[in-house]
Write a protein that binds this ligand. Structure first.
Ligand code: TXA
Ligand code: MG
Length: 330
């Protein structure tokens, strides 16, 4: 169904028209958002959604985030309660996904919600994502555009490194600004719950809600957001977290001015926004350097656990978790 070579499309009128044409034909097109690149497919088309799972090699029980152009499109798909209204008003478009009650008449593929009565909706802020959604004129299912178990792509080159030949096209919109996936919040049926920390700090959400978020219990066997699966973001080397220096035979993935001998420093100035934006590229790079140098362990500096640091630490803990399947490494 997909072309044997993946086309790279420019984010201009001609490129987006081609991308929309491919999507209408049920093909897959990766596109930039401000968080990470998404693997787009028509969320109403079962075959397109099935092709997303196939291209990613993703376990079938994971429901996908559905991207929309505006709040009208979102309201046609799901029911907004008071908390959802407040959060959408404050943070859309932006790096926030809301898990809401699905409207039965929404017309979404059952595969996109994994048959659940809820749907995760996101209105991205990236101008290319917004233009593509408008030109396509419908909802796009879009998990991160990487094979299952690998780190999320933040450039078109990362997308091709994992999926070249498996998808029809990628729209090249440059590097993603935020660099970690959206924050996922479920509302309704009690206090709002944080299902996945991400590009929008929990503190900002709590300020808008005027109440603390409940943390969803992470149960790897029954993940409320399967992004909670440990080892979801695993590189090939072992990571030793909260390390202040590299031991002999280790490389250091550093953060802040104290990390003098870091092979890569996520932010020499200690800026969490810069660190998040470069996190996945740094994990790829340190993995490649470790392999080239025959190093099997990487020490990682402590990252402050507030703001975007919570999302960074969440991704690092997953990357450090032992993997059931070593073949899923980078
Ligand atoms: O930043 C992002 O969120 C990126 C960009 C491309 O938008 N997308 C992304 O999608 O990370 P994905 O599919 O890799 O992660 C979506 C997460 C998964 O853990 C999924 O299971 C969860 O959202 N999710 C989707 N629908 C859900 C639902 N109805 N209830 C609970 N969790 C849900
Ligand atoms: Mg992902």
């Amino acid at each position: 169904m997909t072309a044997s070579r993946t086309q790279t499309l420019a984010p201009d009128a001609a490129g987006l028209a081609r991308a929309a044409e491919l999507l209408r034909a049920g093909e897959l097109v990766a596109f930039p958002t401000e968080t990470v690149y998404g693997l787009g497919g028509d969320a109403r088309n079962d075959r397109a959604v099935a092709a997303i799972f196939e291209a990613k090699g993703r376990p079938r029980f994971n429901p996908l985030i559905v991207h929309v152009a505006d709040t009208d499109a979102a309201r046609a798909l799901a029911v907004f309660d008071g908390d959802a209204e407040r959060l959408a008003q404050a943070f859309w478009p932006g790096p926030l996904s809301l898990v809401l009650r699905l409207r039965p008449e929404a017309g979404l593929s059952d595969l996109v919600t994994a048959g659940q009565p809820t749907v995760a909706l996101r209105m991205p802020a990236h101008p290319v994502a917004r233009d593509l959604l408008r030109v396509f004129g419908g909802p796009l299912a879009g998990p991160s555009a990487n094979p299952a178990g690998r780190v999320s792509p933040t450039t078109a080159a990362h997308v091709l490194a994992g999926l070249d030949g498996r998808i029809a096209a990628v729209v090249d919109g440059g590097a993603c600004e935020v660099g970690v996936e959206s924050t996922i919040v479920a509302t309704g049926g009690g206090p709002a719950r944080l299902l996945r920390p991400g590009g929008l700090p929990a503190e900002a959400l709590e300020a808008a809600l005027g109440a603390p978020l409940r943390l969803a219990a992470a149960d790897p066997d029954r993940p409320e957001a399967p992004g909670q699966l440990t080892s979801h973001y695993a590189p090939g080397v072992a990571l030793r977290l909260e390390a202040h220096a590299a031991r002999p035979g280790e490389l250091l993935l550093g953060f802040g001015p104290e990390a003098q001998d870091a092979a890569i420093n996520l932010s020499p100035g200690g800026d969490l926004v810069e660190a998040a934006a470069g996190l996945f590229a740094a994990l790829r790079e340190i993995d490649a350097r470790a392999a080239a140098e025959g190093v099997t362990s990487v020490a990682v500096s402590p990252i402050p656990d507030h703001g975007l640091g919570r999302a960074i630490n969440d991704r690092l803990r997953r990357a450090a978790a032992p993997r059931p399947d070593a073949a899923s490494s980078l």
